[in-house]
Design a protein around this ligand. Structure first.
Ligand code: FDA
Length: 491
Protein backbone atom coordinates (compact mmCIF):
# COMPACT_ATOMS: atom_id res chain seq x y z
CA UNK A 1 0.00 0.00 0.00
CA UNK A 2 1.10 3.56 -0.64
CA UNK A 3 2.22 5.85 2.17
CA UNK A 4 -0.78 7.65 3.61
CA UNK A 5 -0.23 11.19 4.85
CA UNK A 6 -2.11 12.83 7.72
CA UNK A 7 -1.47 16.14 9.41
CA UNK A 8 -1.82 14.60 12.89
CA UNK A 9 -1.49 10.97 13.94
CA UNK A 10 -2.15 9.77 17.49
CA UNK A 11 -0.87 6.30 18.39
CA UNK A 12 -3.20 4.58 20.88
CA UNK A 13 -6.71 5.36 22.15
CA UNK A 14 -6.20 5.36 25.95
CA UNK A 15 -6.55 8.36 28.27
CA UNK A 16 -3.72 10.55 26.96
CA UNK A 17 -4.59 9.76 23.34
CA UNK A 18 -8.30 10.45 23.79
CA UNK A 19 -7.74 13.81 25.49
CA UNK A 20 -5.28 14.95 22.81
CA UNK A 21 -7.54 13.83 19.95
CA UNK A 22 -10.67 15.49 21.32
CA UNK A 23 -9.04 18.83 22.04
CA UNK A 24 -7.38 19.01 18.61
CA UNK A 25 -10.58 17.91 16.85
CA UNK A 26 -12.56 20.61 18.66
CA UNK A 27 -10.24 23.17 17.09
CA UNK A 28 -10.94 21.78 13.63
CA UNK A 29 -7.71 19.79 13.40
CA UNK A 30 -8.13 16.42 11.65
CA UNK A 31 -6.72 13.49 13.61
CA UNK A 32 -6.03 9.86 12.70
CA UNK A 33 -5.83 7.45 15.67
CA UNK A 34 -4.08 4.09 15.22
CA UNK A 35 -5.00 1.44 17.80
CA UNK A 36 -3.58 -2.08 17.87
CA UNK A 37 -6.59 -3.50 19.72
CA UNK A 38 -10.16 -4.04 18.54
CA UNK A 39 -13.15 -1.79 18.61
CA UNK A 40 -15.62 -3.06 21.25
CA UNK A 41 -18.94 -1.39 20.45
CA UNK A 42 -21.67 -1.78 23.07
CA UNK A 43 -24.52 -4.02 21.96
CA UNK A 44 -28.16 -3.93 23.00
CA UNK A 45 -27.85 -7.59 23.93
CA UNK A 46 -24.94 -6.76 26.28
CA UNK A 47 -22.72 -9.41 24.75
CA UNK A 48 -19.62 -7.43 23.78
CA UNK A 49 -17.38 -8.67 26.60
CA UNK A 50 -17.02 -11.92 28.51
CA UNK A 51 -17.61 -12.32 32.23
CA UNK A 52 -14.95 -12.49 34.91
CA UNK A 53 -15.66 -16.02 36.07
CA UNK A 54 -16.24 -17.58 32.63
CA UNK A 55 -13.80 -15.80 30.32
CA UNK A 56 -13.63 -16.76 26.66
CA UNK A 57 -11.27 -15.68 23.88
CA UNK A 58 -12.51 -12.07 24.02
CA UNK A 59 -10.97 -11.71 27.48
CA UNK A 60 -7.32 -12.03 26.57
CA UNK A 61 -4.82 -10.57 24.11
CA UNK A 62 -3.34 -13.30 21.90
CA UNK A 63 -2.82 -15.98 24.52
CA UNK A 64 -4.45 -19.37 24.75
CA UNK A 65 -5.28 -19.11 28.46
CA UNK A 66 -6.57 -16.51 30.91
CA UNK A 67 -3.98 -14.33 32.66
CA UNK A 68 -5.44 -13.06 35.93
CA UNK A 69 -3.26 -13.02 39.07
CA UNK A 70 -4.89 -16.32 40.12
CA UNK A 71 -7.35 -19.07 39.07
CA UNK A 72 -6.33 -19.24 35.41
CA UNK A 73 -7.98 -22.47 34.41
CA UNK A 74 -9.58 -21.19 31.21
CA UNK A 75 -8.19 -22.00 27.76
CA UNK A 76 -9.34 -20.74 24.37
CA UNK A 77 -8.27 -19.86 20.85
CA UNK A 78 -5.80 -16.97 20.52
CA UNK A 79 -7.67 -13.76 19.83
CA UNK A 80 -7.13 -10.03 20.02
CA UNK A 81 -8.96 -9.89 23.37
CA UNK A 82 -9.14 -6.94 25.70
CA UNK A 83 -6.73 -7.65 28.57
CA UNK A 84 -3.01 -8.16 28.03
CA UNK A 85 -0.21 -9.05 30.43
CA UNK A 86 3.39 -8.21 29.65
CA UNK A 87 5.72 -10.47 31.64
CA UNK A 88 9.21 -9.24 32.53
CA UNK A 89 11.83 -11.05 34.62
CA UNK A 90 10.34 -9.69 37.86
CA UNK A 91 6.91 -8.32 37.06
CA UNK A 92 3.60 -9.09 35.40
CA UNK A 93 2.28 -5.85 33.92
CA UNK A 94 -1.41 -5.66 32.95
CA UNK A 95 -2.66 -3.35 30.18
CA UNK A 96 -5.88 -2.87 28.21
CA UNK A 97 -6.05 -3.41 24.43
CA UNK A 98 -8.77 -1.91 22.31
CA UNK A 99 -10.43 1.38 21.45
CA UNK A 100 -10.43 2.99 24.90
CA UNK A 101 -7.18 1.39 26.11
CA UNK A 102 -7.04 0.72 29.86
CA UNK A 103 -10.47 2.30 30.38
CA UNK A 104 -12.07 -0.89 28.99
CA UNK A 105 -10.56 -3.19 31.59
CA UNK A 106 -9.82 -1.09 34.64
CA UNK A 107 -11.72 -0.90 37.92
CA UNK A 108 -12.80 2.66 37.19
CA UNK A 109 -11.41 4.09 40.44
CA UNK A 110 -10.96 7.78 39.82
CA UNK A 111 -8.76 9.34 42.46
CA UNK A 112 -7.11 12.75 42.57
CA UNK A 113 -3.70 12.46 44.24
CA UNK A 114 -3.04 14.19 47.52
CA UNK A 115 -1.76 17.63 46.67
CA UNK A 116 1.35 17.52 48.85
CA UNK A 117 2.39 14.24 47.22
CA UNK A 118 1.67 15.52 43.71
CA UNK A 119 3.82 18.58 44.46
CA UNK A 120 6.63 16.36 45.71
CA UNK A 121 6.71 14.09 42.63
CA UNK A 122 6.16 16.77 39.98
CA UNK A 123 7.52 19.96 41.57
CA UNK A 124 7.92 21.74 38.23
CA UNK A 125 4.21 21.52 37.40
CA UNK A 126 2.04 24.36 38.70
CA UNK A 127 -0.08 22.52 41.31
CA UNK A 128 -2.53 25.38 41.82
CA UNK A 129 -3.44 25.24 38.12
CA UNK A 130 -3.80 21.44 38.28
CA UNK A 131 -6.03 21.45 41.36
CA UNK A 132 -8.12 24.47 40.39
CA UNK A 133 -8.58 23.65 36.73
CA UNK A 134 -7.31 20.39 35.23
CA UNK A 135 -8.25 17.83 37.90
CA UNK A 136 -11.82 19.17 38.09
CA UNK A 137 -11.96 19.21 34.27
CA UNK A 138 -10.74 15.59 34.08
CA UNK A 139 -13.29 14.50 36.69
CA UNK A 140 -16.10 16.20 34.81
CA UNK A 141 -15.11 14.81 31.42
CA UNK A 142 -14.60 11.29 32.78
CA UNK A 143 -18.03 11.43 34.51
CA UNK A 144 -16.60 10.60 37.91
CA UNK A 145 -19.26 9.96 40.56
CA UNK A 146 -19.51 8.46 44.05
CA UNK A 147 -21.55 5.71 45.59
CA UNK A 148 -24.37 6.90 47.84
CA UNK A 149 -23.48 6.05 51.46
CA UNK A 150 -27.03 4.71 51.96
CA UNK A 151 -26.65 2.19 49.12
CA UNK A 152 -23.16 1.26 50.29
CA UNK A 153 -24.36 0.60 53.84
CA UNK A 154 -27.41 -1.46 52.92
CA UNK A 155 -26.69 -3.48 49.78
CA UNK A 156 -25.43 -7.07 50.12
CA UNK A 157 -23.10 -6.32 47.18
CA UNK A 158 -20.77 -4.21 49.35
CA UNK A 159 -20.65 -6.48 52.38
CA UNK A 160 -17.06 -7.33 51.38
CA UNK A 161 -16.09 -3.66 51.65
CA UNK A 162 -18.01 -3.02 54.88
CA UNK A 163 -16.39 -6.02 56.54
CA UNK A 164 -12.92 -4.92 55.45
CA UNK A 165 -13.69 -1.35 56.56
CA UNK A 166 -14.86 -2.43 60.00
CA UNK A 167 -11.75 -4.54 60.43
CA UNK A 168 -9.55 -1.65 59.33
CA UNK A 169 -11.20 0.66 61.86
CA UNK A 170 -10.77 -1.92 64.61
CA UNK A 171 -7.07 -2.02 63.79
CA UNK A 172 -6.90 1.79 64.04
CA UNK A 173 -6.84 2.65 60.33
CA UNK A 174 -8.79 5.33 58.47
CA UNK A 175 -10.88 4.45 55.40
CA UNK A 176 -12.09 6.70 52.59
CA UNK A 177 -14.69 6.34 49.86
CA UNK A 178 -13.11 6.16 46.40
CA UNK A 179 -14.93 7.82 43.47
CA UNK A 180 -15.41 5.87 40.23
CA UNK A 181 -16.47 6.28 36.61
CA UNK A 182 -19.00 3.45 36.95
CA UNK A 183 -22.47 5.00 36.97
CA UNK A 184 -23.72 4.37 40.51
CA UNK A 185 -27.32 5.30 39.63
CA UNK A 186 -27.17 2.51 37.06
CA UNK A 187 -25.70 0.17 39.69
CA UNK A 188 -28.59 0.89 42.06
CA UNK A 189 -30.98 -0.01 39.23
CA UNK A 190 -28.99 -3.22 38.74
CA UNK A 191 -29.49 -4.05 42.38
CA UNK A 192 -33.25 -3.65 41.90
CA UNK A 193 -33.01 -5.86 38.79
CA UNK A 194 -34.45 -3.06 36.63
CA UNK A 195 -31.61 -3.17 34.12
CA UNK A 196 -28.94 -5.51 32.80
CA UNK A 197 -26.54 -6.44 35.60
CA UNK A 198 -22.92 -5.73 34.81
CA UNK A 199 -20.85 -4.77 37.89
CA UNK A 200 -23.28 -6.72 40.07
CA UNK A 201 -23.01 -9.83 37.91
CA UNK A 202 -19.32 -10.52 37.50
CA UNK A 203 -18.17 -7.98 34.92
CA UNK A 204 -14.85 -6.11 35.21
CA UNK A 205 -11.26 -6.51 33.91
CA UNK A 206 -12.51 -8.20 30.72
CA UNK A 207 -14.85 -5.29 30.01
CA UNK A 208 -18.26 -4.15 31.27
CA UNK A 209 -21.32 -4.61 29.09
CA UNK A 210 -23.11 -1.70 30.80
CA UNK A 211 -22.70 0.91 33.52
CA UNK A 212 -19.05 1.80 33.03
CA UNK A 213 -18.32 5.18 31.50
CA UNK A 214 -15.16 4.14 29.71
CA UNK A 215 -13.40 6.43 27.22
CA UNK A 216 -15.48 5.19 24.28
CA UNK A 217 -18.50 6.69 26.10
CA UNK A 218 -16.79 9.94 27.14
CA UNK A 219 -13.73 11.50 25.47
CA UNK A 220 -13.69 9.30 22.37
CA UNK A 221 -17.45 9.64 21.82
CA UNK A 222 -17.06 13.44 21.98
CA UNK A 223 -14.07 13.28 19.64
CA UNK A 224 -16.00 11.22 17.07
CA UNK A 225 -18.90 13.67 17.24
CA UNK A 226 -16.66 16.43 15.87
CA UNK A 227 -16.25 14.36 12.67
CA UNK A 228 -12.57 15.35 12.70
CA UNK A 229 -11.32 12.08 14.18
CA UNK A 230 -10.90 8.71 12.51
CA UNK A 231 -9.98 5.65 14.58
CA UNK A 232 -8.44 2.60 12.93
CA UNK A 233 -8.55 -0.44 15.20
CA UNK A 234 -6.21 -3.41 14.67
CA UNK A 235 -3.47 -1.10 13.37
CA UNK A 236 -0.29 -1.87 15.27
CA UNK A 237 2.56 0.62 14.96
CA UNK A 238 5.88 -1.18 14.53
CA UNK A 239 8.35 1.69 14.19
CA UNK A 240 8.68 5.48 14.11
CA UNK A 241 11.14 7.35 11.86
CA UNK A 242 11.92 11.03 11.56
CA UNK A 243 11.79 12.44 8.03
CA UNK A 244 12.72 15.84 6.58
CA UNK A 245 9.23 17.18 7.19
CA UNK A 246 7.83 15.11 10.03
CA UNK A 247 7.46 11.43 10.86
CA UNK A 248 6.96 8.09 9.12
CA UNK A 249 5.33 5.10 10.79
CA UNK A 250 5.56 1.46 9.75
CA UNK A 251 2.22 -0.07 10.66
CA UNK A 252 0.80 -3.60 10.54
CA UNK A 253 -2.87 -4.16 10.04
CA UNK A 254 -3.60 -7.37 11.95
CA UNK A 255 -6.51 -9.79 12.04
CA UNK A 256 -8.13 -11.15 15.20
CA UNK A 257 -5.59 -14.00 15.33
CA UNK A 258 -2.81 -11.43 15.49
CA UNK A 259 -1.46 -12.17 11.98
CA UNK A 260 -0.46 -9.32 9.72
CA UNK A 261 -2.94 -8.82 6.89
CA UNK A 262 -0.92 -6.04 5.28
CA UNK A 263 1.75 -3.52 6.24
CA UNK A 264 1.52 0.13 5.40
CA UNK A 265 3.54 3.30 5.91
CA UNK A 266 1.93 6.44 7.27
CA UNK A 267 3.44 9.90 7.42
CA UNK A 268 2.44 12.94 9.45
CA UNK A 269 3.48 16.43 10.48
CA UNK A 270 2.51 16.06 14.13
CA UNK A 271 2.89 12.77 15.99
CA UNK A 272 1.45 11.95 19.42
CA UNK A 273 2.84 8.68 20.77
CA UNK A 274 0.22 7.70 23.36
CA UNK A 275 0.58 3.92 23.50
CA UNK A 276 0.67 3.88 27.33
CA UNK A 277 3.73 3.69 29.57
CA UNK A 278 4.71 0.27 28.23
CA UNK A 279 3.86 0.90 24.57
CA UNK A 280 5.26 4.41 24.27
CA UNK A 281 8.48 3.48 26.08
CA UNK A 282 8.90 0.44 23.82
CA UNK A 283 8.40 2.41 20.59
CA UNK A 284 10.65 5.30 21.63
CA UNK A 285 13.48 3.19 23.10
CA UNK A 286 13.54 1.12 19.92
CA UNK A 287 13.52 4.23 17.74
CA UNK A 288 16.43 5.72 19.63
CA UNK A 289 18.46 2.49 19.68
CA UNK A 290 17.91 1.65 16.01
CA UNK A 291 18.62 5.21 14.89
CA UNK A 292 15.21 6.04 13.47
CA UNK A 293 14.80 8.85 16.06
CA UNK A 294 18.47 9.34 16.94
CA UNK A 295 18.13 12.73 18.66
CA UNK A 296 15.96 11.45 21.54
CA UNK A 297 17.83 11.96 24.82
CA UNK A 298 19.19 9.47 27.36
CA UNK A 299 16.11 9.85 29.56
CA UNK A 300 13.96 7.91 27.09
CA UNK A 301 13.26 4.52 28.70
CA UNK A 302 14.21 5.71 32.20
CA UNK A 303 12.20 6.39 35.34
CA UNK A 304 9.65 3.58 35.05
CA UNK A 305 7.74 2.62 38.20
CA UNK A 306 4.78 0.40 39.17
CA UNK A 307 3.06 3.03 41.33
CA UNK A 308 4.20 0.91 44.26
CA UNK A 309 1.59 -1.79 43.48
CA UNK A 310 1.33 -4.75 45.85
CA UNK A 311 -1.60 -7.18 46.14
CA UNK A 312 -2.54 -8.98 49.32
CA UNK A 313 -5.25 -11.37 50.44
CA UNK A 314 -6.56 -12.42 53.85
CA UNK A 315 -8.51 -15.62 54.54
CA UNK A 316 -10.81 -16.76 57.33
CA UNK A 317 -12.54 -13.40 57.70
CA UNK A 318 -15.07 -14.57 60.27
CA UNK A 319 -17.76 -11.96 59.47
CA UNK A 320 -17.74 -13.22 55.88
CA UNK A 321 -17.31 -11.11 52.76
CA UNK A 322 -20.52 -12.15 51.01
CA UNK A 323 -21.46 -14.35 48.09
CA UNK A 324 -22.79 -11.32 46.20
CA UNK A 325 -20.06 -8.83 45.40
CA UNK A 326 -20.03 -5.76 43.20
CA UNK A 327 -17.03 -5.83 40.87
CA UNK A 328 -16.46 -2.08 41.34
CA UNK A 329 -14.30 -1.04 44.32
CA UNK A 330 -15.46 2.00 46.29
CA UNK A 331 -13.34 2.14 49.42
CA UNK A 332 -9.70 2.24 50.50
CA UNK A 333 -7.67 2.07 53.68
CA UNK A 334 -5.81 5.35 53.75
CA UNK A 335 -2.56 5.13 55.71
CA UNK A 336 -0.62 7.33 53.29
CA UNK A 337 0.52 9.72 56.01
CA UNK A 338 2.23 6.92 57.93
CA UNK A 339 5.83 8.15 58.05
CA UNK A 340 7.46 4.71 58.00
CA UNK A 341 5.03 2.57 56.00
CA UNK A 342 2.79 4.73 53.79
CA UNK A 343 0.10 2.62 52.11
CA UNK A 344 -3.15 3.38 50.25
CA UNK A 345 -4.91 0.00 50.05
CA UNK A 346 -8.03 -0.44 47.95
CA UNK A 347 -10.51 -2.97 49.20
CA UNK A 348 -10.96 -5.15 46.12
CA UNK A 349 -13.86 -7.46 45.41
CA UNK A 350 -13.44 -11.18 44.76
CA UNK A 351 -16.72 -11.89 42.99
CA UNK A 352 -16.75 -15.70 42.99
CA UNK A 353 -20.53 -15.98 43.55
CA UNK A 354 -19.94 -17.86 46.78
CA UNK A 355 -18.77 -17.00 50.26
CA UNK A 356 -14.96 -17.17 50.31
CA UNK A 357 -14.30 -15.54 53.73
CA UNK A 358 -11.53 -13.65 51.94
CA UNK A 359 -10.53 -9.99 51.75
CA UNK A 360 -8.48 -8.81 48.80
CA UNK A 361 -6.47 -5.57 48.64
CA UNK A 362 -4.69 -3.67 45.89
CA UNK A 363 -2.17 -1.52 47.72
CA UNK A 364 -0.29 1.50 46.43
CA UNK A 365 2.98 2.30 48.20
CA UNK A 366 5.70 4.90 47.79
CA UNK A 367 8.14 2.37 46.28
CA UNK A 368 11.00 4.66 45.15
CA UNK A 369 12.70 2.02 42.97
CA UNK A 370 12.67 2.60 39.23
CA UNK A 371 13.15 0.35 36.22
CA UNK A 372 14.59 0.98 32.78
CA UNK A 373 13.69 -0.12 29.25
CA UNK A 374 16.49 -1.24 26.97
CA UNK A 375 16.73 -2.56 23.43
CA UNK A 376 18.17 -5.99 22.65
CA UNK A 377 19.54 -6.01 19.08
CA UNK A 378 19.66 -9.82 18.94
CA UNK A 379 15.96 -10.25 19.58
CA UNK A 380 14.89 -6.83 18.22
CA UNK A 381 12.87 -6.47 21.42
CA UNK A 382 12.65 -3.88 24.16
CA UNK A 383 12.81 -5.23 27.71
CA UNK A 384 11.88 -3.64 31.01
CA UNK A 385 14.45 -4.36 33.74
CA UNK A 386 13.95 -3.77 37.45
CA UNK A 387 16.21 -4.85 40.32
CA UNK A 388 15.59 -8.23 41.91
CA UNK A 389 14.58 -6.58 45.19
CA UNK A 390 12.39 -4.03 43.38
CA UNK A 391 9.29 -4.64 45.57
CA UNK A 392 10.90 -5.92 48.78
CA UNK A 393 10.35 -2.76 50.85
CA UNK A 394 6.93 -2.12 49.32
CA UNK A 395 5.88 -5.64 50.35
CA UNK A 396 7.18 -4.97 53.87
CA UNK A 397 5.07 -1.78 54.03
CA UNK A 398 1.94 -3.67 53.05
CA UNK A 399 2.82 -6.58 55.32
CA UNK A 400 2.82 -4.42 58.43
CA UNK A 401 -0.71 -3.25 57.53
CA UNK A 402 -1.92 -6.81 56.87
CA UNK A 403 -0.25 -8.13 60.05
CA UNK A 404 -2.09 -5.53 62.09
CA UNK A 405 -5.40 -6.34 60.38
CA UNK A 406 -4.86 -10.03 61.10
CA UNK A 407 -3.72 -9.46 64.70
CA UNK A 408 -6.68 -7.27 65.58
CA UNK A 409 -9.37 -9.21 63.70
CA UNK A 410 -8.20 -12.76 63.14
CA UNK A 411 -7.55 -13.94 59.60
CA UNK A 412 -4.46 -15.29 57.91
CA UNK A 413 -2.59 -14.58 54.70
CA UNK A 414 -4.39 -16.03 51.66
CA UNK A 415 -1.60 -18.32 50.55
CA UNK A 416 -3.76 -20.06 47.97
CA UNK A 417 -4.12 -16.78 46.12
CA UNK A 418 -0.49 -15.65 46.29
CA UNK A 419 2.73 -17.14 47.62
CA UNK A 420 2.89 -15.84 51.24
CA UNK A 421 -0.52 -14.20 50.62
CA UNK A 422 1.13 -11.05 49.34
CA UNK A 423 2.40 -10.25 45.86
CA UNK A 424 4.73 -7.52 44.59
CA UNK A 425 4.94 -8.91 41.05
CA UNK A 426 1.56 -7.73 39.84
CA UNK A 427 1.43 -4.30 38.25
CA UNK A 428 -1.79 -2.60 37.15
CA UNK A 429 -0.31 0.89 37.11
CA UNK A 430 2.73 1.05 34.82
CA UNK A 431 3.98 4.65 34.80
CA UNK A 432 6.96 6.46 33.32
CA UNK A 433 9.60 5.66 30.73
CA UNK A 434 9.36 9.11 29.05
CA UNK A 435 9.13 11.26 32.16
CA UNK A 436 7.89 14.83 31.91
CA UNK A 437 10.68 17.40 32.17
CA UNK A 438 13.30 14.72 31.46
CA UNK A 439 12.64 12.85 28.18
CA UNK A 440 10.21 15.61 27.22
CA UNK A 441 9.82 19.26 28.10
CA UNK A 442 7.26 20.25 30.73
CA UNK A 443 4.41 19.75 28.22
CA UNK A 444 5.26 16.34 26.76
CA UNK A 445 7.24 17.55 23.72
CA UNK A 446 10.09 15.09 23.13
CA UNK A 447 13.45 16.78 23.52
CA UNK A 448 15.49 16.69 20.30
CA UNK A 449 12.43 16.93 18.01
CA UNK A 450 9.64 19.24 16.95
CA UNK A 451 6.00 18.24 16.71
CA UNK A 452 6.66 14.91 18.48
CA UNK A 453 4.81 14.35 21.75
CA UNK A 454 3.52 11.94 24.35
CA UNK A 455 0.50 12.64 26.55
CA UNK A 456 0.08 9.32 28.37
CA UNK A 457 1.16 7.48 31.51
CA UNK A 458 4.76 7.35 30.31
CA UNK A 459 5.05 11.00 31.44
CA UNK A 460 4.40 10.27 35.13
CA UNK A 461 7.51 9.66 37.21
CA UNK A 462 6.68 6.07 38.22
CA UNK A 463 4.21 7.01 40.95
CA UNK A 464 1.09 9.10 41.65
CA UNK A 465 0.20 7.70 45.07
CA UNK A 466 -3.32 6.78 43.92
CA UNK A 467 -4.86 5.04 40.89
CA UNK A 468 -3.42 6.95 37.98
CA UNK A 469 -5.93 7.64 35.21
CA UNK A 470 -7.30 10.91 36.60
CA UNK A 471 -3.74 12.25 36.85
CA UNK A 472 -2.92 11.06 33.32
CA UNK A 473 -6.09 12.72 32.00
CA UNK A 474 -5.52 16.00 33.86
CA UNK A 475 -1.88 16.29 32.77
CA UNK A 476 -2.90 15.49 29.18
CA UNK A 477 -5.54 18.27 29.32
CA UNK A 478 -2.93 20.71 30.60
CA UNK A 479 -0.34 19.75 27.99
CA UNK A 480 -2.57 19.67 24.93
CA UNK A 481 -3.98 23.11 25.74
CA UNK A 482 -0.47 24.56 25.60
CA UNK A 483 0.53 22.55 22.52
CA UNK A 484 -2.53 23.63 20.54
CA UNK A 485 -2.01 27.28 21.54
CA UNK A 486 1.69 27.36 20.68
CA UNK A 487 2.62 24.67 18.16
CA UNK A 488 -0.26 24.75 15.67
CA UNK A 489 -0.29 28.50 15.18
CA UNK A 490 2.26 28.82 12.41
CA UNK A 491 2.34 25.33 11.00
P1 FDA B 1 -3.55 3.09 27.92
O1 FDA B 1 -2.78 1.89 28.32
O2 FDA B 1 -4.88 3.32 28.51
O3 FDA B 1 -3.72 3.10 26.33
C1 FDA B 1 -2.70 2.78 25.44
C2 FDA B 1 -3.31 2.24 24.16
O4 FDA B 1 -2.30 2.18 23.15
C3 FDA B 1 -3.89 0.84 24.30
O5 FDA B 1 -5.20 0.80 23.79
C4 FDA B 1 -2.93 -0.02 23.44
O6 FDA B 1 -3.56 -1.13 22.82
C5 FDA B 1 -2.45 0.98 22.42
N1 FDA B 1 -1.14 0.63 21.85
C6 FDA B 1 -0.03 0.23 22.52
N2 FDA B 1 1.00 0.02 21.66
C7 FDA B 1 0.52 0.29 20.43
C8 FDA B 1 1.10 0.24 19.13
N3 FDA B 1 2.38 -0.12 18.95
N4 FDA B 1 0.32 0.54 18.05
C9 FDA B 1 -0.99 0.91 18.22
N5 FDA B 1 -1.57 0.98 19.43
C10 FDA B 1 -0.84 0.68 20.52
N6 FDA B 1 -6.29 3.12 36.92
C11 FDA B 1 -7.10 3.89 37.68
O7 FDA B 1 -6.89 5.11 37.76
N7 FDA B 1 -8.15 3.31 38.37
C12 FDA B 1 -8.39 1.97 38.34
O8 FDA B 1 -9.35 1.49 38.95
C13 FDA B 1 -7.53 1.16 37.55
N8 FDA B 1 -7.69 -0.20 37.51
C14 FDA B 1 -6.95 -0.96 36.61
C15 FDA B 1 -7.25 -2.31 36.45
C16 FDA B 1 -6.57 -3.05 35.47
C17 FDA B 1 -6.88 -4.51 35.30
C18 FDA B 1 -5.60 -2.41 34.64
C19 FDA B 1 -4.86 -3.17 33.57
C20 FDA B 1 -5.31 -1.08 34.82
C21 FDA B 1 -5.97 -0.34 35.80
N9 FDA B 1 -5.73 1.02 35.96
C22 FDA B 1 -6.51 1.77 36.81
C23 FDA B 1 -4.67 1.70 35.20
C24 FDA B 1 -5.19 2.56 34.04
O9 FDA B 1 -6.08 1.83 33.24
C25 FDA B 1 -3.97 3.04 33.22
O10 FDA B 1 -3.16 3.82 34.07
C26 FDA B 1 -4.38 3.87 32.01
O11 FDA B 1 -5.20 3.14 31.13
C27 FDA B 1 -3.15 4.36 31.26
O12 FDA B 1 -3.57 5.30 30.30
P2 FDA B 1 -2.65 5.64 29.06
O13 FDA B 1 -3.28 6.75 28.32
O14 FDA B 1 -1.26 5.85 29.55
O15 FDA B 1 -2.59 4.33 28.15
Amino acid sequence: KETEHHRVIVIGTGYGAAVAALRMAEKGIKVLMLEMGMDWPASKEHRTFSKLIFPDKRSTWLKSHSILPFANVFTFKKYTGVLDRIDTDQLKVYVGRGVGGGSLVNGGMAVVPKRAYFESIMPEINAAEMYDKYFPLANRMLKVNSISPRFFETTPYYKFARTARDQAHKAGYKTVFVPNVYDFDYMEKESRKEVYQSALNGEVVYGNNAGKQSLDKTYLAAAMKTKNVEIRPLYSVRSIHSTKTGYKLEVDNINTSGDTVFSQDFSCDFLFVCAGSMGTSELMVKAKATGTLPALNQEVGEGWGNNGNVMAGRNFIKQGTGSKQSCIPTMAIDDWDNKEHPVFAEISPMPMKMETWTSLYLAITKNPNRGKFSYNALTNKVNLKVAENFSTNAIADVKQLMDKLNNENGGTYARLLFKHGINGEICYHPLGGCVIGRATDLYGRFKGYERLYTCDGSLLPGSTGVNPFVTITAIAERNIEKIIAEDFQNY
